[in-house]
Design a protein around this ligand. Sequence first.
Ligand code: FAD
Length: 402
Amino acid sequence: MAARPQVIVAGAGPVGLLAALVLAKQGVPVLVLEAEAGLTLDLRAGTYHPPSLEMMAPYGITDEMHRTAIKVPRWQIRDRREGVIVEWDVGLIKELTPYPYRLHLEQHRLTPIILSRLRACPAADVRFSHAVTNFEQTPEKVTVTTRTPGGTEKFEAQWLVGADGGRSTVRHCMGVAFEGYTWPERFVVASTTHDFASHGYTMNAYVADPEEWAAVFKMPDDGPPGMWRVIWPVPPEETEETALEDAGIERHMQRFQPRPAPYPIKYRGIYRVHQRVAADFRAGRALLAGDAAHLNNPIGAFGLNGGIHDAINLGEKLARVCRGEADAGLLDLYVRQRRTVNLEYVQEHSIRNLKRLAARSETERRQNFDDLRRAASTPEGTREFLLVSSMIASVRRANAIT
Ligand SMILES: Cc1cc2nc3c(=O)[nH]c(=O)nc-3n(C[C@H](O)[C@H](O)[C@H](O)COP(=O)(O)OP(=O)(O)OC[C@H]3O[C@@H](n4cnc5c(N)ncnc54)[C@H](O)[C@@H]3O)c2cc1C
């Protein structure tokens, strides 16, 4: 990139890369600074809702995802003892979206798709092994300090986007509080080739249980037959080592779905889960997006999808500001739209989803199941549930904020 960047993006996760792509496609010189030596490969999100697919389609990303991704038109809420409580058919809202399904593709297969498109843009530059350690701002510019293998390097731009994940350095330097809480239990994720469809599971299913809820996702992995991912909670007193050792994983998998032979396990991981939203997404010339701005539990798959919605919303507005078509006040609209729906939809519904799976009292469990069955029993109830769970309602709400 010849010109000085107008925008620096901290973090080459899906959100930072996507925000940079939106800017670069509109000719805004953008520099992405990533701490790691390459793209992150660990097991993270992998479910995309219809609005996310619509937003990424103009960039050619959605079509490319479809080459390897799995379409999930139907998904279940189950109970470990009772089996299927409701099965939702996203196809029932097909008049609202060209993508009436959830799409499953590992996050680490999405980021290379975005990166290759970004690298094709003359206005973009991506530097790995550049960890942002600090930034300062004046009314005219931001100066970003990085740690690189060769020592400290500084970069200047007009704007800084902090898409540097949950522990965001940019957010710390902005002095913005990360309000919310951390769940006491951690989540284990394990992947197996065992085919849960043979037990009646749809390719995405959430399984309520007072002792150990679970979530199931079929992922494309390296290609057919793909891989089934199972997530379950680990109590605070259990150590990470015990939770991840072979015997512990096997015990959980057998309890979840008994089978005569041991489970073949390809991946395993454990992570902490938070419900947090930054007190503000903007401080002068610095803005936050994705996990840097908000964190939530994965039940409902709102985290990465919400980050994608941030990236597109912010990228489009910041491009207009950079090109002199709008004043910086437009960026406050980004904050109002995205922060509001994160609180109203992502936080509220992800918490509700998790509590529904984990409910312990029999009265609460019965009430939850009755509510779900009632919603599924009428076209209006089904439609309302599908609009919220597919995030169409959250995007409509954001667009209505002026
Ligand atoms: C272990 C784990 C498991 C998850 N599982 C699920 C799941 O099952 N379902 C679900 O919906 N969501 C899940 N999530 C959440 C989902 O993956 C995130 O919402 C998504 O990754 C957000 O993308 P992002 O680009 O905002 O942040 P990230 O993907 O975290 O990307 C941030 C990038 O910034 C880089 N970075 C960090 N600090 C700096 C710095 N100082 N300077 C430069 N670069 C920096 C990081 O290396 C990283 O590449 C999971 C998250 C984690 C961490």
